[in-house]
Design a protein around this ligand. Sequence first.
Ligand code: HSE
Length: 438
Amino acid sequence: MQFRVAILGCGTVGGGVARILLEQREALGERAGREVVLARIVDLMPDASAKRHSIPRKFYAGDGAELTPAQADAEIKKVLQDPNIDLVVETIGGSGPEILAVARGVLEAGKHLVTANKALLAKHSADLLTAARKNGKGVGFEAAVSAAIPIIKGLNECLTGDEIQSISGIMNGTSNYILSKMTAEGEGFADALRDAQAKGYAEADPTLDINGGDAGHKLTLVLRLAFGLELAFEDLPRQGIDTVTAGDVAFAHEMQGVIKLICHAQRVGDAVHAAVCPMIVKHTNLLSKIDGATNAIRVMGRYAGEIVLIGQGAGSLETGSAIVSDIVFLARHGEHALPKVATTDFDLRPLGELELPYNIVFETADMPGMTGIVTTAIGRQRINIDTVSHNRHQVDHAEFAIATMSCTRAQVEWAVRDIQANHPGALLGEPRILPILV
Ligand code: HSE
């Protein structure tokens, strides 16, 4: 019996899926145990899509003609009502009510759903998984976290016998590209962003890539699978890379590290400490070597030990490959492919409560005694100092960094407030505080 697939939205990602389904039809059929057939594509602009991905026009709804949004909606309805379609790939994007209604509609129509839509899943996966269970169907989302990297099935299948201790990863290629550029060429953030846009890594509106939103969507999904944590996306602490300066990058280099946007989650007793934020990753940590738009995820299992997955977190065929793996998986296992995660009572706690080493960059008035004022306040918080960087004397101020031994972020913030209260005018602006990943 055939396993028939429809694709809604055939841009970069949907096009990659269609191409792989057509190129690999025979092999996929053998792996799935039944013929996997591309049955229908709904896209507003079939002409551009067909040319870009070399897809015959016969697959497109509307016989290859451009569709108005209303016509596209009608074609989507036809797909949902077609009893001969078994699985729908949603590659339209967005996380608003219309797209949620389409995704839910797929499951309610008795079809499996596969999507790369991390924004939708981060906000609505409980809703969608409930609809899937109710209708005896599956939801595949391997492509939603770092595209080609098999972290979803890795956690859900391969590591389901383990107890995950921590996960740290570079899960946003655009921000990693920007930070790599800043590191390699000493560029400022704005220049590196412009370069990422010119090379096509960053979107015209790169907000979610640089403010930690996209990485946060991915970490939300990973936290659910790794720790059974039912968290709301809004509750995950997030900080982007737009405040990272060329000076911070230089201080990181001085202490044998590089700045990366890190998704970090660590289990401590009954709590999971998690956040997305820029961190200084020491050269001894493999994540420091991951440059450009590449993604990498490091998982520590209680029994398996350290596992590192490295690969492409975006791209047409890279994301398509992950989506097609879900299609084959669902053709083989049906609703049994749904993630089976035991919900836990873990508490989601901020990363700042964990004891970590920190790097603090101070801009101060350039006067005798400034380093003493700062280090005395840090000592008063019982924070042990690891290194003090060379002072950089600017025209009208000084800049230096202090790396601490492990302490909480609250201790660091108290030290800063102590200086501000007792030495008004000593600090020029808020010090820049980055955790260090060893
Ligand atoms: N824009 C993302 C990135 C890929 O730069 O990694 C899709 O989540």
